[in-house]
Design a protein around this ligand. Structure first.
Ligand SMILES: [Ca+2]
Ligand SMILES: [Ca+2]
Ligand SMILES: [Ca+2]
Length: 521
């Protein structure tokens, strides 16, 4: 470890220590429920972590005492601890919601509290609406604001909370989450950004973001005055490809590896080779260590088309990476040999019969929750349903239960489901908001919202947040999962809310198609 790295980590450790003092003083009123890593929080425990915990990536770090704050420490020897389900990113050196749905199992929604009274619009970012013209597959139009998936990411770094997100202006934005001010000039890409960026969990000042301009970017935000694009990957860099060339998938970072899918219908594993240069600035030297086609001919033959893009964000459970494709294929790849230089192998394949743009959510038992669109008139789509609990260890009959949503073609589900306790929540293209018993699949309640409902439900402190496409963000009290939940409040955001919100420290961050990101609190 260089002196620069050591010095920077010491500074980071000091910052975390002071953060812990602050968090301890706030712990009692900050969160009353025990979601996330909060259950170990004790007001009489003033222990602070040592430097090794601040480093975050050390598998030998003590795990009996969870550090204060929204951290999840794991000594799991594989890639992604199954116990990290619904918890913050395992062994992260920074607090926050660092990727789409917060963690490798795509099941962490942020830190409360969430206002039970109608919040105020504290900030509207930026001054001018985020708009640009975009052409795709022969159609040109003006896009504004933030859309699917469009979840802002949050990272608490030293004395500042960052919100980093892409917009339909094609820019990656760096906003002070507290003041709503721009921290760094935007990083411009050549087309709109639909997906959710990923902030490096190991504390490296790196953010990873796709764009519709066909490039996936690795961006450093430690340079004074201007973030810097360190590396790009073109979706067509490796052939063959199918369909399109955008990047909507939110990368998952596992150690020094980035795991991601492209709309060119490929699955990628990139070794980042992170380092710190003599000036103390982060550097990368990425290499593609694995990429493969995300389709097979059997599925294409049944579908009768060549759409196989990976727009979902890869989920990791144990050593297995799961992702869905527009061909209706759910793949599981064993990444366990990566550090030994062994190529990943496909050890799970499931055909849904519908486009799987939603990310696979994996629970602590390894069960998959797969949301599918109903966009092809296939018997298989009716057999599998549009929300399906799958046991990947059962090769003969993996479907545990299913929910049907087949009242119209172009039905089904685009948003990634949300799980809170024994309930799973999902919105549909047709405007259904549905709560199901996670064990049995029984529908507990259902509401109708102005369609489509493409955002993903966010559940923090027993409050469920979901946007609709008339521009309303709704908050429901789901403290009693058995009853149709009362609406606590709603707020108008001027345009379709198809982006997924994020909650952090009493505030809600959400974009709408009207043009802006809103900070509510
Ligand atoms: Ca493109
Ligand atoms: Ca797309
Ligand atoms: Ca798709």
């Amino acid at each position: 470890m260089s002196e620069d790295v050591r010095r920077r980590r010491t500074l980071l450790g000091l910052a975390i220590v002071s953060l812990f003092v602050l968090v301890i003083s706030m712990a009692v009123d900050r969160r009353s429920s025990d979601d996330g890593g909060g259950s170990e929080r004790a007001s009489d425990d003033t222990a602070t972590p040592d430097g090794s915990e601040g480093d975050g990536g050390d598998a030998d770090a003590e795990t009996d005492d969870q550090p204060e704050g929204e951290f999840f420490r794991s000594d799991f020897e594989g890639l992604a601890d199954p116990d990290g389900f619904t918890k913050p990113y395992p062994n992260a050196a920074v607090e926050g919601v660092l990727t789409f749905r917060g963690n490798p199992s795509r099941s962490y929604y942020g830190a409360g509290p969430v206002s039970r009274a109608t919040p105020q619009v504290l900030h509207r970012f930026p001054d001018e609406p985020m708009c640009r013209q975009s052409s795709n597959l022969g159609t040109t139009k003006i896009w504004c604001g933030m859309g699917w998936t469009g979840q802002p990411t949050i990272a608490v770094r030293e004395d500042r909370t960052w919100a980093i997100f892409g917009g339909y202006d094609g820019n990656i934005h760096f906003m002070d989450a507290v003041t709503g001010e721009r921290i760094l000039p935007d990083v411009e890409t050549g087309d709109i950004i639909k997906g959710t960026p990923t902030i490096d969990p190991d504390g490296s000042p790196l953010v990873y973001s796709g764009s519709r301009d066909n490039l996936l970017r690795v961006i450093a935000f430690d340079r004074p005055g201007q973030a810097e694009v360190l590396w790009t990957l073109d979706a067509d860099a490796v052939q063959p490809t199918l369909w399109n060339d955008d990047w909507d998938s939110s990368p998952v970072i596992i150690g020094d590896h980035m795991v991601v899918g492209s709309e060119s219908s490929r699955f990628w594993v990139i070794k980042l080779n992170k380092s710190t240069d003599a000036a103390g600035l982060i550097q990368v030297a990425p290499e593609i260590v694995f990429t493969t086609e995300a389709w097979d001919q059997e599925a294409l033959n049944i579908n009768g088309d060549d759409t196989a893009s990976v727009e979902s964000s890869v989920a990791v459970h144990g050593n297995t990476a799961y992702f869905g494709t527009s061909a209706g294929l759910i793949w599981g790849y064993d990444l366990g040999g990566l550090d030994a230089g062994e190529a990943p192998t496909a050890d799970f394949r499931f055909f849904t019969g519908g486009d799987n743009d939603a990310s696979v959510v994996v629970d602590d038992e390894g069960m998959l929750y797969v949301a599918s669109q109903y966009d092809r008139d296939l018997d298989r789509a009716r057999e599998v349903g549009q929300l399906t609990k799958i046991d990947p260890s059962n090769a003969v009959n993996p479907i545990v239960w299913k929910l049907d949503d087949q009242s119209a073609l172009k039905g089904g589900i685009y948003g990634t489901p949300g799980i809170h306790g024994d309930t799973i929540y999902v919105g549909t293209n047709g405007g259904r908001l549905i709560a199901l018993d996670r064990a049995t699949g029984a529908v507990r309640w259902e509401k109708r919202l102005p369609p489509p409902v493409w955002g993903s439900p966010v559940i923090v402190d027993d409050v469920l947040l979901i946007g609709d496409c008339e521009g309303t963000l709704h908050a429901y009290d789901v403290s009693d999962p058995a009853i149709d939940p009362p609406e606590l409040w709603s707020i108008e955001l001027g345009g379709c809310v198809e982006a997924t919100p994020v909650v952090w420290d009493g505030r809600i961050y959400v974009g709408s198609r009207a043009g802006h990101l809103y900070v509510l609190g």
